[in-house]
Design a protein. Structure first.
Length: 119
């Protein structure tokens, strides 16, 4: 007799996944590996990855890979949402601070202006 492995359950749209099931808490779930429901757990990706690394024989390797990919996507840097107008407003404030400085020998506003980046 082989040991049954735990699978990672992800929330899905039922019409898009043939093996989706309705959970007690609401919503439809399916195993990340695409297999039929056997023994799936609805852990967050980070927890499932940690548990599968501690006991790899107990957890589905395909589900663990899917959880790692979901975790990497979650942690990926988000694109900058500032517009060019926002960046220009910041630059304009730095220029005004430099121009209104008591003395042009004051290095703080000048250094802030030098450190400014448009990205």
């Amino acid at each position: 007799m082989t040991n049954r492995k735990y699978h990672w359950a992800i929330q899905v749209v039922p019409s898009m996944h043939p093996h989706a099931w309705r959970a007690h808490a609401g919503g439809y779930y399916a195993q990340a590996c695409g297999r039929r429901k056997k023994s799936a757990v609805g852990y967050p990706a980070e927890r499932f990855v940690a548990k599968s690394q501690r006991n790899p024989d107990w957890y589905c390797s395909d589900c663990a890979r899917a959880a790692c990919l979901a975790l990497a996507k979650e942690r990926a840097p988000k694109p900058d949402t500032h517009t060019d107008s926002d960046r220009y407003a910041v630059l304009r404030k730095l220029v005004e601070a430099y121009q209104s400085a008591k003395s042009y020998d004051d290095d703080v506003p000048l250094q802030a202006l030098r450190d400014w980046s448009h990205r």
